[in-house]
Design a protein around this ligand. Structure first.
Ligand code: ATP
Ligand code: MG
Length: 348
């Protein structure tokens, strides 16, 4: 079987370190390992409009932001196809056909959509497009016959929905045109859903609790130093709690083998640091300073590449234009097969 990978981002804001550990870092790793046949990455602007339809400028402006973030993290357009969703109308066409294969009650049960409806205050008036966006996401995945989808854990219900649509389509129309996708999640739970700097369960553009990949050195520092730790750890001597302490959560995710040697040589590793914190006698300032050093090291090269790329938006849009042409070709092949299976092939 061929390995076809697809993943993407909504242009609703610049990307943050949650995206980085949840999806971005993984996609660049896969890209550079090269053990796949095709890899597609896209900017989900039509999907972003489903809950930002009254703010088109926000979506438009963030297309460039999201592209810069991806390229700065190492996405390489010579190895993958990078495209814009709305410029591939075949995806909208597939969405319309797939709508017939999903019930309204099934859409109601999607836990991520439920959570997002609450977050956006949509309970009284859910836009139909937003409600059905998992169907459009199924179109994005299946149009390219992707079998691997590297994402964070909020996307599990979306990929499950796509799998159901594929099974229904193939069985009703007696075909094997569509391919069932599988998620590829990061290794640890903390990476699958990175907490926000406010301690909220998810770092999210919509919650304003993010450290952005484009943040300056000063912004990162300010955000790290204003993080909550353990509210009962008041004096340095007090024993402290590590679980639920987000400074340690971020250290779990971002600490590297050589981080201690470089920035905190009096400890051998994170376990030693945690033990000391639990025993008491280790101040919050010290762990924050360490986290700041670790994050600055990780984010500095990304920010610098991003600043270079930002000087040349035309270059970035050319990459997207070329990728979109390629993506359209593949998607239209799939639409042809899909329509044939549904007996909509009058002029062939
Ligand atoms: P929005 O609030 O507009 O939905 P978002 O922050 O959820 O934005 P998306 O563009 O929806 O970002 O998600 C892009 C990818 O990043 C998805 O694969 C998603 O699973 C992953 N992701 C988003 N937030 C996190 C997070 N906090 N931790 C890990 N992965 C995340
Ligand atoms: Mg999201």
């Amino acid at each position: 079987m061929k390995n076809i990978i697809l993943t993407g981002d909504r242009p609703t804001g610049p990307l943050h370190i949650g995206h980085y550990v949840g999806s971005l870092r993984n996609r660049v790793l896969i890209q550079n390992k090269g053990d796949y046949d095709k890899m597609y990455v896209f900017i989900a602007d039509s999907q972003a409009l489903t809950d930002n339809f009254n703010n088109p400028k926000k979506v438009r402006d963030n297309v460039l932001e999201v592209a810069l973030d991806n390229l700065a993290c190492g996405l390489d357009p010579s190895k993958i196809t990078y495209f814009i969703q709305s410029e591939v109308p075949e995806l909208t066409e597939l969405t319309f056909y797939y709508m017939n294969l999903v019930t309204v009650s099934r859409l109601h049960r999607n836990p991520t959509v439920k959570e997002e409806i609450k977050l956006r205050g949509f309970e009284e008036s859910i836009p139909a497009g937003f409600f059905a966006y998992p169907v459009s996401q199924s179109a994005d995945i299946t149009a390219f016959k992707a079998n691997i989808v590297p994402v964070g854990d909020d996307q599990l219900p979306m990929v499950e929905q796509a799998r159901e649509i594929v099974r229904r389509f193939n069985s009703i129309y007696n075909t094997d045109v569509l391919v069932e996708p599988n998620v590829l999640l990061p290794e640890t739970e903390n990476e699958r859903r990175l907490v926000g700097t406010d301690g909220n369960a998810k770092m999210s553009k919509s919650l304003d609790n993010c450290i952005y990949l484009k943040d300056s050195e000063e912004e990162i520092k300010r955000k790290v130093f204003s993080m909550y730790t353990d509210p009962n750890h008041i004096k340095v001597e007090d024993p402290g709690q590590v679980e639920g302490n987000i400074v340690f959560t971020y250290l779990d995710v971002f600490c590297k083998e050589d981080s201690f040697e470089k920035y905190l040589p009096e400890y051998k590793n994170l376990d030693e640091l945690k033990d000391h914190y639990r025993r008491g006698g280790l101040g919050d300032m010290k762990i924050k300073r360490f986290l700041n050093d670790v994050l600055q090291e990780e984010l500095r090269p990304i920010r610098e590449r991003r600043e270079e790329l930002a000087k040349n938006p035309e270059y970035v849009f050319n990459i997207l234009k070329e990728g979109t042409l390629k993506a359209r070709k593949k998607a239209s092949e799939t639409v042809k097969e899909v329509k044939k299976a549904m007996m909509l092939d009058y002029f062939e």
